[in-house]
Structure formats: structure tokens, C-alpha cells
Design a protein around this ligand. Structure first.
Ligand code: GDP
Length: 143
């Protein structure tokens, strides 16, 4: 399953009206969107999602941010999806992200960096399983 990864269009990007442009950039980047849904993170979900950062000074602020408004969660497909998607979105800090990347274009700060991309195949599956059943994704395979 090395050809799929999980993404979140984060609350700042949805609130700014940039979700459509970001989905466009994902598709123009050669990815196939195979699942996509508008939802909210509960505090529990956000704390679980970012558990690796628990104890860091920015953890509470990050959870506040991720629960501050609606997000799009999605699964996208591409050869070598995890690495290619992280290349498309750019570095964590939008100010350090390459020109033309999604975080450079739509990120507002290190925290409000517009979009998430999983960092490994294993984490991608764990993350999308919090939002999508296998059936949601199988439907896309009939297209
Ligand atoms: P990613 O894999 O590129 O998303 O980066 P990380 O796993 O290191 O961080 C997860 C998310 O936490 C980032 O995408 C940012 O939204 C946020 N974040 C990371 N580092 C910081 C920080 O130093 N301060 C704040 N406020 N947020 C951060």
C-alpha cells in the first residue's frame, strides 16, 4: 500500500476559502483523490492524532487550532505517495517551504500551515482509518 497517503486541509485553509484551490493543486500535482470529507476534529481526536507531540510547548495550542473549525480529510493516490505528497506540500514551516508548494502558497504560520501529509505508509493507514472505512475507499476503485 505504498501508493496512498492521508491528508487534512487544516482549519485555517478552510476558513480562508482556500480548500478548493488546494484540492486543485493536489489534482494538478498528479494525485487522484480517492476519498474526501468535510468534518471536525474533536479534542480527543486531535490529541490522539498529534500524540507524538504531547508534552511539547505548542501541543495545547496545536489542539486548539485543529479543533477551531471544519477540516477536509482525504486519501490520495500516487506512486510513492507519502514522499511525493510531502514534496508537493513543502516544509512544515511555510516560510521555509519551496516556492510553489501548498504550504508556501496557503500556509500562514508554522502552526497554521494549511495542510497535513502523513510521514510514513504505516501512519497514513492509521490516520485515514480514523475517518474512513475500507468501503469508503473501495468505492473509488470502481471509477
Ligand atoms: P509535519 O509532519 O510537517 O506536519 O510536522 P510535525 O509532525 O513536526 O508537526 C505537526 C504539526 O504541528 C505541524 O504541521 C504544525 O501544524 C504544528 N507544529 C509543528 N511545529 C510547531 C511549533 O514549533 N509550533 C507550533 N505552534 N506548531 C507547530
Amino acid at each position: 500500500m505504498t501508493n496512498r497517503t492521508f491528508t487534512i486541509i487544516k482549519p485555517n485553509a478552510v476558513a480562508a476559502g482556500n480548500a478548493g484551490k488546494i484540492i486543485d493543486a493536489i489534482i494538478e500535482g498528479g494525485f487522484r483523490v480517492i476519498a474526501l470529507r468535510l468534518t471536525y476534529f474533536s479534542r480527543n481526536q486531535a490529541e490522539r492524532f498529534y500524540a507524538v507531540h504531547k508534552g511539547k510547548p505548542f501541543f495545547n495550542e496545536l489542539v486548539d487550532f485543529m479543533t477551531s473549525g471544519p477540516v477536509y480529510v482525504g486519501v490520495v493516490e500516487h506512486e510513492n505517495a507519502v514522499a511525493e505528497f510531502r514534496r508537493l506540500i513543502g516544509a512544515t514551516d511555510p516560510a521555509k517551504a519551496d516556492e510553489g508548494t501548498i504550504r508556501r502558497r496557503f500556509g500562514e504560520s508554522l502552526q497554521c500551515n494549511a495542510i497535513h501529509g502523513s510521514d510514513s505508509d504505516e501512519n497514513a493507514r492509521i490516520e485515514w482509518s480514523q475517518f474512513f472505512s475500507d468501503d469508503d475507499i473501495i468505492i473509488a476503485e470502481y471509477r
